[in-house]
Design a binder for this molecule. Structure first.
Ligand code: NZQ
Ligand code: ZN
Length: 394
């Protein structure tokens, strides 16, 4: 193993009725900014539940609604103005990854000496002054217990991620994760959640860390759980136990634990996907479904070792009398079938995109770096080739 820091300051309230702890968490705060998305929390009744608690706690509440999937910098700026104008001391995000990320960006942008986009573009230092609370409504990103923020700027077709795992700057201070709030997540977003959670684990599973027994075991157990859960949950969206399992998998997949044990993992697929959704504004997990098998085909020919473990320990494929290369092909076939059973897109043709600027996509993937990934280090040309395959495949 490599040396690592494991630090996670988020207080997690997990399970049914944990929203009752919100009032306690509001103690000491006076001005709250409630951040939410396009209205699902109003339909589900969660908005009323939360605003009743805010009233009981006698805090002044301001609102920022309309956070879109792939949250935009324009709304972040609006939030920053609201925080500054109203002396907000706690931001409360109620929603999925987009809402949480928007709230995180507002929290640092409100107290920064730099413009918020400079922090994203040039990794300028950020500080924490405004506290951040989360009520999670969608299991996918892990943003409820991690410091990452992903924000899009449509004016430049940029989608950028920041957030340091070793510092308490962008972690939520508390997160209320009640699976009940995810029972209303529609089929397409549930499928996206399954794919994103699996991808977060795979990105870390594919690493060259020596002596990664424990990291591998933890990753494989989340993967086994999620590969088993995926086909079940799409037929039983309101099953509490499945939602509960998915929620804890999503949080543990990307909260720093695996990251330390796997020496940061690979993350090539996320890098290329962020470029695809920066330019085409497609859902994050759909982009991952397109790029991941393409990436797997390429890297498995260079290093099949982790594909063999995946086939044996997660997919339980019969590997008798097969070479490692044959086993790797079987593992990728298994993953492709899994995605196809979830009706995930397999190509950018799904969006009727016929014109594409590969050089621009490569630039948005590499963001100034010369190579991508760690399990197999990809050159600029290789990144270009993989991105190209996203558009030409069926
Ligand atoms: O906006 P509303 O009306 O709330 O509807 C949302 C939205 O349309 C809906 N939804 C959420 N909870 C619901 C619900 N509908 C019914 N019932 C509920 N309980 O779901 C839609 C998608 O929501 P969104 O927050 O966009 O989804 P997700 O959690 O997948 O977040 C995606 C964003 O997170 C970024 C992605 O790139 C993308 O921008 N990521 C953030 C990461 C992080 N911070 O660590 C890591 C990820 O790899 C990812 O990059
Ligand atoms: Zn992701």
């Amino acid at each position: 193993m490599e040396n690592f820091i494991l630090y996670n300051p988020t207080k997690l309230y997990f399970g049914k009725n944990q929203i009752q702890k919100l009032k306690e968490e509001l103690k000491g705060y006076n001005h709250i900014l409630l951040v939410y998305g396009g209205g699902s929390i109003k339909k589900t009744g969660l908005y009323d539940q939360v605003t009743d608690i805010l009233k009981e706690a006698k805090v002044l509440a301001y609102e920022l609604s309309g956070v879109e999937p792939n949250p935009k910098i324009t709304l972040v700026r609006k939030g920053i103005d609201l925080v500054k104008k109203n002396k907000v001391d706690l931001i409360l995000a109620v929603g999925g990854g987009s809402t949480i990320d928007c709230a995180k960006a507002i929290s640092i942008g409100s107290v920064s000496d730099y413009d918020i986009m400079e922090i994203f573009k040039y990794n300028k230092p950020a500080k924490k002054v405004i506290k951040l609370g989360v009520i999670l409504t969608l299991s996918a990103t892990g943003s409820e217990m991690n410091p990452r923020i992903v924000i899009s700027d449509n004016s430049e077709n940029l989608k950028l991620g920041i957030g340091n795992f070793d510092l308490n700057v962008t972690y939520p201070d508390f997160s209320i994760c009640d699976p009940t709030f995810t029972l209303t997540v529609p089929l397409n977003q549930t499928i996206n959640g399954v794919i994103d959670i699996i991808s977060h684990v795979l990105e870390q599973y594919f690493n060259q860390n020596k002596n990664s027994i424990l990291g591998d075991e933890i990753a494989e157990s989340i993967l086994r759980t999620m590969f088993d859960l995926g086909p079940k949950i799409i037929k039983d969206l309101e099953n509490y136990e499945l939602r509960e399992t998915m929620m804890i998998c999503g949080t543990l997949a990307w909260n720093g634990l695996l990251r330390g044990l796997t020496n940061n993992g690979d993350w090539s697929c996320h890098g290329m996907e962020h470029a695809l959704s920066a330019v085409y504004d497609i859902p994050h997990a759909e982009g991952l479904a397109i790029i991941t098998p393409i990436w797997m085909d390429f890297v498995s020919k260079i290093d099949s070792s982790k594909f063999v473990s995946l086939a044996k320990n997660v997919f339980k494929i019969n590997t008798e009398n097969k070479t490692d290369d044959e086993i790797a092909i079987k593992a990728i076939e298994y993953y492709r079938n899994f995605l196809s059973n979830l009706h995930a897109p397999t190509s950018m043709k799904y969006y009727n995109i016929t014109e594409f600027d590969l050089d621009a996509l490569v630039e948005k993937t590499l963001l100034g770096k010369k190579t991508l990934g760690h399990y197999v280090v990809l050159s600029e040309e290789e990144v270009k080739d993989l991105l190209n395959k996203c558009f030409i495949g069926e």
